[in-house]
Each structure stands twice: as structure tokens, then as C-alpha cells.
Write a protein that binds this ligand. Structure first.
Ligand SMILES: NC(=O)c1ccc[n+]([C@@H]2O[C@H](COP(=O)([O-])OP(=O)(O)OC[C@H]3O[C@@H](n4cnc5c(N)ncnc54)[C@H](O)[C@@H]3O)[C@@H](O)[C@H]2O)c1
Length: 327
């Protein structure tokens, strides 16, 4: 991996669950300068390291052109987003603002300021649509019948990447379900932090569906490794690459693993599936990321859960405080 391309980095959404882990990793890898643009709407300053090479700009990513950022040929990791499906159903205009206009603003700025590459955080759910019962490959047709505004605007971001691709190098990384240290529980967050928080507080773990549904869960540090590879692999330019594990996990198995790991007495309960959720199974085909970038996720779900629970236990007071403020 060429460290040169990563010496100057901009991470939009860098105070978020994935962005903050990426920032840690960039600094540990010897970056000279990392600029985070984050309005802290769903991110937390305490997730970021204290480091003189790091600058946090607390602003709307749509304002990127007005921030006076001067970095030589930066790599831009564009992770800021209005997160995620249910939130976009409840607030579709906010979703379009950040995920649509924000992505346009980042690409336009990157093209005009000699960015070496833009790595865009797309979503595995964003392109293929529902009813697919097979590993999702990058070349599957784009559905015009997506289930949520978030899926639509994540796909829109990919259209913009392709449009700007003649002016600036872009890679569209299609994340599957990320989990790990750094993601807090909350109404609009993913299942794993919510299940862990419920288990730690001896509250019922509520599965929306039958529990037989599957998702492809990727540990956040493996995902971060994929982002670094996407930033530094010449052959990734212009590509879409799935960042998942290629392995499906049943939601019921996940809940049971979490209860066991937390040594909790929480009961598992079931509620109706959310009305926009028409995807009983999700699995990435990661053969392209393996072949093109030597991507090789290594943390299995059980071990990743163990590390995540450990992080929750060590940060319980701060998580509790942050969750109270967010309510
Ligand atoms: N977590 C997943 O499983 C997953 C799956 C697919 C795609 N993604 C994508 O990965 C990226 C990171 O996801 P995450 O899980 O870290 O989410 P997150 O909510 O923790 O991080 C997003 C960050 O963007 C910031 N933000 C939101 N609106 C902003 C705005 N207008 N201006 C500046 N900052 C803003 C938030 O404060 C937050 O820190 C997102 O683009 C998301 O769509 C995540």
C-alpha cells in the first residue's frame, strides 16, 4: 500500500461510527494531516483521537467549498451521510440534502482542488433492490424500484461519482452491514449496537421479522482496511467494489450470540418487519474486491461481537450520556 496517497486525507463524516475508526487508522499509519468535516449530527467528538495532525471542522459537508481547506492532492473519504433507511423514510428532505447535495459538493470540490481520489461510501443495499436471493455482485442491474429514500440517494451518489469520474479518480465502495466499536445504539442505528445495549441493560431484544432474515456483517476494522485499499489501489479507479464478507448471518443467531457474550438474561422478542424492508437475505459477492485490491476480511462475527461488547463495557458511561442526549 502506498503511504504517499494517504499522507493528506479528508474524511467527511469522520466523527461517525466508521469514519472515526478510519481516522484512527490513518493517523496510526503515519498520515501528515487529516481533516474531518462533520456536523456531529450523528457523530461524536469523543470518538476521535487527540492528535495535532487532526483538524475537526464542525460544519455541513455541503459547505465544503467555503471551508478554505488547502491540502496537497488529498485523498477524500466521503462518509458523511444522513443515516439510514428508517431515518430517510421519516425525513426524506434531510436525506436528500446530505446524501445528494453533500455528495455533489464533495465531488465538485475534489475535482476543482486536485484531490488524488474520492472514496465514496455507498451501500450494498442501494443498488440491487429487493427480492434478490443470491450474493450481490457489483454488475447486477441498478433497480429503479428501491425501497427507501436513503437507497435512492446512495445510488444517486454513485451516479455523481461516475459523472465526475473524468475529472477526479473515484471508487464507489458498497458497504454491507458494518459493526464494531464506535457505533452507538439509537433509534436509527443498526441492529448490533441496539441488541448489545439491550442485552447489557437486561432489556428485551426485539427482532423486527422472524429472525430467519440474514445480513452480511463486516467488522468495522475490516471495512476500514477495504477503504484504505480502495484509496491506494490504482486498478480500483472508476470501479464499484463490495465491502462485505461474503458470509450471511441469521438475525436470530446474532441475537443469541450477543445475549451469550453479554452474559445477559434478556429475552428475544419478535415484532413485525418494517414495512419498507423487503430483503430477507443479504450477502455480498466480494470476488472483485479480493481480485482487484487483495481485500481479505479476517474478523468473524462472533469475535467481532466479543470486541464490540468489550468496547461497550469500557465506554458505558459515555455511551449512556450520548444516548440520553440523542433521545
Ligand atoms: N454502518 C453501515 O452499516 C453502513 C452500511 C452501508 C453504508 N454506510 C455508509 O457509510 C458511511 C458511514 O456510516 P456510519 O455507520 O459511520 O454512520 P454515522 O452516522 O455514524 O456517520 C455519519 C457521519 O456523518 C455526519 N454527518 C451527517 N450529516 C452531515 C452533514 N450534513 N455534514 C457533515 N457531516 C454530516 C454525522 O455526524 C456522522 O458523524 C455513510 O455514508 C453510510 O451511508 C454505512
Amino acid at each position: 500500500m502506498s503511504a504517499m496517497n494517504l499522507s493528506n486525507a479528508i474524511v467527511t463524516g469522520g466523527a461517525g461510527a466508521i469514519g472515526s475508526r478510519l481516522v484512527h487508522r490513518l493517523l496510526e499509519s503515519g498520515a501528515d494531516s487529516v481533516v474531518v468535516i462533520d456536523d456531529l449530527s450523528s457523530g461524536y467528538e469523543w470518538l476521535l483521537p487527540k492528535d495535532s495532525r487532526l483538524k475537526l471542522i464542525r460544519r455541513d459537508v455541503c459547505d465544503i467549498a467555503a471551508l478554505g481547506i488547502r491540502l496537497k492532492e488529498p485523498t477524500v473519504f466521503h462518509l458523511a451521510a444522513f443515516f439510514a433507511n428508517q431515518n430517510s423514510v421519516d425525513h426524506p428532505f434531510d436525506d436528500l440534502h446530505t446524501n445528494g447535495k453533500g455528495t455533489l459538493a464533495v465531488l465538485d470540490w475534489a475535482a476543482k482542488n486536485d484531490a488524488s481520489r474520492v472514496v465514496y461510501a455507498s451501500a450494498g443495499c442501494s443498488i440491487a433492490g429487493h427480492g434478490i436471493d443470491a450474493p450481490i455482485h457489483e454488475d447486477m442491474p441498478v433497480s429503479l424500484h428501491l425501497d427507501t429514500p436513503y437507497q435512492i440517494t446512495k445510488a444517486l451518489g454513485e451516479f455523481y461519482c461516475n459523472y465526475f469520474g473524468k475529472q477526479v479518480s473515484t471508487v464507489r465502495c458498497r458497504f454491507f452491514n458494518s459493526f464494531g466499536p464506535g457505533e452507538l445504539p439509537g433509534r436509527y442505528r443498526n441492529v448490533i449496537p441496539n441488541f448489545i445495549w439491550a442485552a447489557m441493560n437486561e432489556e428485551p431484544i426485539v427482532i423486527t421479522g422472524t429472525g430467519q432474515e440474514t445480513r452480511d456483517f463486516i467488522f468495522v476494522d475490516d471495512l476500514v482496511q477495504g477503504l484504505l485499499l480502495a484509496a491506494t489501489t490504482p486498478g480500483a479507479n472508476g470501479q464499484a467494489v463490495n465491502l462485505g464478507t461474503g458470509i450471511q448471518t441469521r438475525i436470530l443467531d446474532l441475537a443469541e450470540t450477543i445475549v451469550r457474550t453479554c452474559q445477559s438474561r434478556s429475552r428475544i422478542e419478535f415484532a413485525p418487519r418494517r414495512d419498507w424492508d423487503h430483503s430477507p437475505r443479504r450477502q455480498a459477492d466480494i470476488s472483485r474486491a479480493r481480485a482487484c485490491m487483495d481485500f481479505s476480511p479476517s474478523v468473524d462475527v462472533a469475535h467481532g461481537i466479543f470486541r464490540t461488547v468489550d468496547w461497550f463495557a469500557r465506554n458505558r458511561a459515555r455511551i449512556d450520556e450520548s444516548v440520553q442526549v440523542a433521545v
